[in-house]
Design a protein around this ligand. Structure first.
Ligand code: 3PG
Ligand code: MG
Length: 418
């Protein structure tokens, strides 16, 4: 990696302002906010341990949720500070402010190895506006800036971009943390020169979310396997009937050009040949967003190319799952992004689970390198308790997608070159 990392810098007795992505899923239980998945915290522990060992004074900065520039008690990072302390096995202080005199004087009172977490940086509207004055105030808190927040690196915000620029102007170093470095290595370098065959599995709801990724991977992959609702847009492009399946009719031309490009480049590009389908029936209830809640009734396997008019595709079928499994087992490099069906419903999780099992088997038995591009595929692997049996799981959702599209992430661009 061409960027400076925490391994390259001397942090002894210096104040290090470290951006982390502690945007963790939380839930209210008995009036308290409880963390449902602490993966993002766990993944920052190696950087924290290194900085503590090297005698840094560590000031952690993060966002939680989307409070839109206002103080929102349910989005306070206080419970996160307690969780970091518990997982690290060392005290982590919390300040209910992000900038200002009190924070500055606190930072100056810190000793080597001390850690403090600041309040949600998004309680200030200036954060998302990447306000230069606010970024200067963040830079006032420290001598060195470290970014370990890969998951937020696609945002050009004050805590990810502006503060680094402010540090640069002051002659301060801006280094990547160990998690950031790992993410960039696995999603970047490792996929630039993959061992072959390189098999890509793409799922999720929309072609529009993934089109740039598909386009870019068509230049690198040997095989691309398509699942999830975006498969129905490809089916439509092939002139097939898709019933009530989720689909983007205006993306049919995009799907067609992907199919064309695959042909030209000799990439094996597979879409499902069979599906699990079900019949959506209105329950008469509305969800939080005011949309009708549908019940998916009469689940069954559809081996026909066409999906019946009253039915919706909800998973890949068993024959497709077997074909995808065989392809994955031949791979030396695997990239997986997006589930094969509505895996949250156990009736429609089989396709995703078969793929997950194949990815794990290829990794464990065949020595394939497996890289999981964040979001729902990580959730699916964790749900199946297989998360520790793949080579790498990204902590980024939107960030990993944008990075795989080949976009330079603002949070990465802002770091010092080596
Ligand atoms: C995420 O969880 O996607 C990142 O932390 C970024 O959060 P955001 O999507 O609210 O910017
Ligand atoms: Mg996001």
């Amino acid at each position: 990696m061409g960027k400076l990392t925490v391994n390259d810098i001397d942090v002894r007795d210096r104040r290090v302002l470290m951006r982390v992505d502690y945007n963790v899923p939380m839930e209210e239980k008995d009036g308290q906010m409880v963390i449902n998945d602490a993966t993002r915290i766990k993944e920052t522990l190696p950087t924290l341990r290194l900085l503590v060992k090297n005698g840094a004074k560590i000031i952690l900065m993060a966002h939680l949720g989307r409070p839109d520039g206002k103080k929102e008690p349910t989005m306070s990072l206080r419970p996160v500070a307690a969780k970091v302390a518990e997982m690290l096995g060392a005290p982590v202080a919390f300040l209910d402010e992000t900038i200002g005199e009190r924070v500055i004087s606190y930072s100056k009172s810190m000793k080597a190895g001390d850690i403090v977490l600041l309040e949600n940086v998004r309680f200030h509207a200036e954060e998302e506006a990447n306000d230069a004055g606010f970024a200067e105030k963040l830079a006032d808190l420290a001598d060195i800036y470290v970014n370990d927040a890969f998951g937020a690196a696609h945002r050009a915000h004050a805590s990810t971009a502006g503060v680094a620029e402010a540090m640069r102007k002051r002659g301060g170093q801006r280094a990547a943390g160990l998690l950031m470095e790992r993410e960039l290595r696995f999603l970047g370098d490792e996929l630039d020169k993959p061992a072959r065959p390189f098999v890509v599995i793409l799922g999720g709801a929309k072609v529009s979310d993934k089109i740039k990724v598909i386009d870019r991977l068509l230049e690198k992959a040997d095989t691309i396997l398509i699942g999830g609702a975006m498969a129905y847009t490809f089916k439509l492009a092939l002139g097939l009937q898709i019933g009530k399946s989720l689909v983007e009719p205006d993306k049919v031309d995009v799907a067609n050009s992907a199919l064309e490009k695959a042909k030209q480049r000799g990439v094996t590009f597979l879409i499902p040949t069979d599906n699990i389908i079900a019949d959506p029936v209105a329950t008469g209830k509305l969800n939080k967003k005011g949309r009708p809640v549908m019940d998916l009734q009469n689940p069954r396997t559809n081996t026909e190319p066409n999906i019946p008019p009253q039915s919706e595709g909800v998973d890949i079928g068993p024959a497709t799952a077997q074909t995808y499994r065989d392809a994955v087992l031949k791979a030396k490099t695997i990239l997986w992004n997006g589930p094969m069906g509505i895996f949250e419903d156990p009736r429609f999780a089989e396709g995703t689970n078969v793929v997950a099992g194949a990815v794990v088997e290829a990794t464990q038995k065949n020595g394939a390198k497996s890289i999981i591009g964040g979001g729902d595929s990580v959730k699916a692997l964790n749900k199946a308790k297989l998360g520790d049996q793949v080579t790498f799981m990204s902590t980024g959702g939107g960030a990993s997608l944008e990075f795989l599209e080949g976009i330079e992430l603002p949070g990465v661009a802002a770091l010092s070159d080596k």
